[in-house]
Design a protein around this ligand. Sequence first.
Ligand code: FES
Length: 105
Amino acid sequence: MARTWIDLCASDDVPARGGRFVEAASRRLAVFRLATGDFRVLDDVCPHAGGSLSAGYVADDCVICPWHGWPFDVHSGRCPDNSEVGVTTYPSRVVAGRVECRLDG
Ligand code: FES
């Protein structure tokens, strides 16, 4: 079965080491640009108290929630301080200046 890539936003609309909120397929997503220039897509809602991760920033390989500072690994979505906590991450790519992701794994 072919994988479905979903268009999220222009790569230029994502600030360096920052995030951008996107709603796609009824999901709240956060698109981040890493220091390397790579992009990552995670669920936007922080599992601690619902903060919007897209309003946070990238430090090392973690997204930092803007509300209380919980970190989430940009690759695994896991919180390095508590392995029981995490957010879903999605495969992503950039095509012709547009960030796309797959929601189907
Ligand atoms: S809501 Fe994200 S750390 Fe509290």
